[in-house]
Design a protein around this ligand. Structure first.
Ligand SMILES: NC(=O)c1ccc[n+]([C@@H]2O[C@H](COP(=O)([O-])OP(=O)(O)OC[C@H]3O[C@@H](n4cnc5c(N)ncnc54)[C@H](O)[C@@H]3O)[C@@H](O)[C@H]2O)c1
Ligand SMILES: O=C(O)C[C@H](O)C(=O)O
Ligand SMILES: [Mg+2]
Length: 467
């Protein structure tokens, strides 16, 4: 259960209630007072902001306790997460101040016209004379936002702004959130192409399957800048990094394991492909209707592709039956689908990656006693397997070497690179994947991307540190 921090603005009537009464009421309801700010002190009453640490489940009880307390009036409750979103999370910044007419005539008309003409004569100059070389679009249609589903483009924006923040803070990449008010595949493709000239790369985010496959592959063919669907490939890359290390912990070779992947959408399809590329020989993809079975026919082209792979098992059934004897469970589906009984029926030393956000397939505290290596997508538990370990560094590298595409070799190289950040001496059940704050991650990912891009002929520029 996660902790949150809430701020209660409370007016206290002096002759009826003391601050001590308030603090005790909060504590009895399950909250922990961490700081107090005095907002106003009057003769009869005072107003204070009381910051309280509280488990999600106890938040309502704490608020109720204040409301019930005679002599106290609850003016407002704000939680820090909402406060962090006031006015949005990013802004643009000029790269130099415009102090006088001279500056103005350089950055704006008439000076700017000469620069426009230079780019018109040689469009490649867009990379040196505009923001293109360092700017990525984070594009969503709001149809598969985390595990919240189709919540629309306005509601998707906080996630896209968050991704833009992470691009900048972790890798120095300028990223801009673009939330599209259409779910039509052709219209999305047309729109992204139309806005692409200013961008050096396109990061597709939280677009539901199966439309995401067509959108990404068409944009990849029709644009000359890298297009990367983060939920597919970012997730698969980080999953493989974690799995390579988890397998070292349990001492099982990748060729020997049986893997169940639950949720064969954007992330699940790409995870299956990556597992096969990494050498997994026994794979059981499971979606709502049960297993995707080798030899069966499916309408969805990516499921049809999976059903033709020799490593995919020719077994039918539901998760209850299919999980029996599995060495690894990877969930990219929905909260709460994995039960303790499922985990208990897995092979010895089970590896469980419950990656649905914001709530994983199984509560980590419940699963922990039955699992050897456990990972989730969240930052409040050990082993965070989240695509944030991949997308900042992968675009840093792709922009620096002006890669035309992000290919399979680059992704495999990045997975191995992320895994390598955890040394054999450090490796253990609670540390199979580095933290996003580990400064080696972005540098290591960037290096692996550029090296693989040069090796596979995708790089259109050799960065100075590779010459
Ligand atoms: N940790 C990470 O880095 C990370 C990255 C990407 C996605 N995710 C999470 O994975 C989940 C899926 O994301 P997506 O982008 O692939 O979405 P998606 O909509 O493309 O795919 C979800 C899939 O889950 C399937 N599903 C739904 N209910 C199911 C059930 N009861 N049993 C089996 N399958 C079921 C759906 O049919 C669909 O195929 C979300 O919760 C998302 O937050 C996590
Ligand atoms: O946004 C995240 O935290 C990871 C991932 O992109 C998701 O959709 O869940
Ligand atoms: Mg996502």
């Amino acid at each position: 259960m996660a902790n949150t921090s809430i701020i209660l603005r409370v007016e206290l009537t002096h002759d009826k209630v003391s601050f001590g009464d308030v603090a005790s009421a909060i504590s009895r309801a399950g909250g922990d007072v961490t700081s107090i700010d005095v907002i106003r002190v009057g003769k009869e009453s005072s107003v204070r902001d009381i910051t309280v640490d509280v488990q999600d489940a106890a938040e309502a009880a704490v608020v109720d306790a204040i409301k019930q307390l005679e002599g106290s009036t609850l003016i407002n409750v704000s939680d820090r997460t909402f406060l962090a979103h006031l006015g949005g999370k990013i802004s643009t910044q000029p790269s130099m101040p415009i102090k006088n007419r001279d500056d103005l005539s350089r950055v704006y008309t008439p000076g700017v016209a000469r620069v426009c003409t230079a780019i018109h004569q040689d469009p490649q100059k867009a990379y040196s004379l505009t923001i293109k070389r360092n700017t990525v679009a984070v594009i969503s249609d709001g149809t598969a936002v985390l595990g919240l589903g189709d919540i629309g483009p306005k509601a998707a924006a906080p996630v896209m702004e968050g991704k833009a923040m992470l691009f900048k803070q972790l890798a120095g990449v300028d990223a801009f959130p673009i939330c599209l008010d259409t779910t039509d595949t052709e219209e999305i493709i047309r729109t992204v192409k139309a806005i692409s000239p200013i961008f050096g790369g396109i990061n597709l985010e939280d677009i539901s399957s199966p439309r995401c496959f067509e959108i990404e592959s068409r944009l990849g063919q029709e644009l000359d800048i890298p297009v990367f669907h983060d939920d597919q490939h970012g997730t698969a890359v980080v999953m493989l990094a974690g799995l390579l290390n988890a397998l070292k912990v349990v001492g099982k070779p990748i060729e020997s394991i049986r893997v169940v992947v639950n949720g064969i959408g954007a992330a699940g399809v790409s995870i299956c492909k990556m597992l096969l590329a990494a050498g997994v020989k026994r794979l059981v993809p499971v979606d709502r209707e049960g297993a995707i079975i080798r030899g069966e026919t499916y309408e969805q082209p990516m499921w049809q592709w999976l059903a033709q792979q020799p490593q995919v098992e020719a077994v039918s059934g539901t998760l209850d039956q299919l999980i029996k004897g599995a060495d690894v469970f990877i969930g990219v589906s929905r909260a709460g689908l994995l039960k303790v009984e499922h985990v208990q029926s897995m092979a010895k030393d089970p590896i469980v990656f419950a990656l649905a956000n914001p709530q994983p397939e199984i509560d980590p505290e419940i699963a922990q006693p039955y699992v050897r290596v456990l990972a989730t997508g969240r930052s409040d538990f050990p082993n965070q397997i989240n695509n944030v370990l991949c997308f900042p560094g992968i675009f840093r590298g792709a922009l620096d070497c002006r890669a035309s595409h992000i290919n399979e070799e680059m992704k495999l190289a990045v997975a191995r690179a992320i895994a390598s950040v955890v040394s054999d001496a450090e490796l253990n059940e609670l540390y199979v994947i580095p933290s996003i704050f580990n400064e080696q991650v972005v540098a290591t990912v960037r290096h692996a991307v550029i090296e693989a891009a040069i090796r596979t002929g995708t790089a259109r520029r050799i960065p100075p540190d590779f010459r």
